[in-house]
Design a protein around this ligand. Structure first.
Ligand code: GUN
Length: 240
């Protein structure tokens, strides 16, 4: 889908498809080659990587000027700090904020609860909401009584990777609910035998929420749009 989106907007994309047993050194060599290529303005290493590969070492090797995923520790560090701006903000968190801004949903001073604390979504989206002056809580697998915390939220970002864990009665009436989950559950009525659902029980939550994103078709397309946006911004910086 990322490749298709690049073609649609006229952006050149190079795919380096490596076998599952590719060594860490091989991956690093490819990253270094792309770092050095002046025609390349964005590098994304698709995660998760196989177990034998040190993810941290690979992500640290990506040039910060081409880190369109925003996962380099320097970019993440600046995302967390007051008065600092990262070169790139991770795509899914950036897409969540973009949705709120476009729908003119207030963020400043609002209670935001992020369900999940992954490096890819939960943690950076919490840091980004903090930059936009929300009062942010993160709930996770060790949190006792997630429901009562979520129930206080004006903005809920569900990114736990647990199919339909956020129930309708967890949602404060009128809240904005952004569902980042992509979970495949068994569904014998489908030809594929499975169905894609989010982390939120959409049918019930939509009766209570003021605003809610569906799965599929909500955050997913935004993530790709933000990847293209980050790449364009990187290219503009490189040419300026
Ligand atoms: N795997 C799942 N989501 C992402 C993402 O946003 N970036 C990368 N690189 N890998 C992912």
């Amino acid at each position: 889908m990322k490749r298709k989106a690049c073609t649609e907007v006229g952006m050149k994309s190079i795919s380096v498809d490596l076998p599952g047993d590719a060594s860490e050194e091989t991956i690093l060599d490819h990253v270094m080659e792309l770092n050095a290529d002046p025609e390349v303005h964005g590098i994304l290493v698709q995660l998760p990587l196989p177990k034998h590969v040190n993810e941290e070492r690979i992500l640290n090797a990506i040039s910060i000027e081409k880190d369109v995923d925003g996962f380099h520790p320097l970019n993440i560090g600046k995302l967390c700090m007051k008065g600092r701006e990262p070169l790139f903000v991770p795509c899914t968190p950036k897409g969540c904020i973009e949705l709120l801004l476009r729908m003119e949903i207030p963020i400043k001073g609002k209670r935001a609860v992020v369900v999940g604390r992954s490096n890819i979504v939960g943690l950076p989206v919490a840091m980004l909401l903090n930059k936009y002056d929300a009062t942010v809580s993160i709930v996770h697998s060790s949190t006792t009584d997630c429901k009562s915390l979520v129930k206080e939220a004006d903005i809920v970002i569900a990114a736990a990777g647990q199919a339909e864990m956020v129930k309708g009665d967890w949602i404060k009436p009128g809240a904005a609910v952004i569902d980042v989950g992509t979970n495949y559950v068994k569904d014998p009525t489908k030809k594929s035998g499975q169905r894609l659902v989010g982390d939120v029980d959409f049918t019930e939550a939509k009766k209570v929420a003021g605003w809610i994103t569906p799965v599929p078709g909500g955050v997913g397309p935004m993530t790709i749009a933000m990847l293209l946006k980050n790449t364009l911004e990187g290219a503009k910086r490189a040419f300026s």
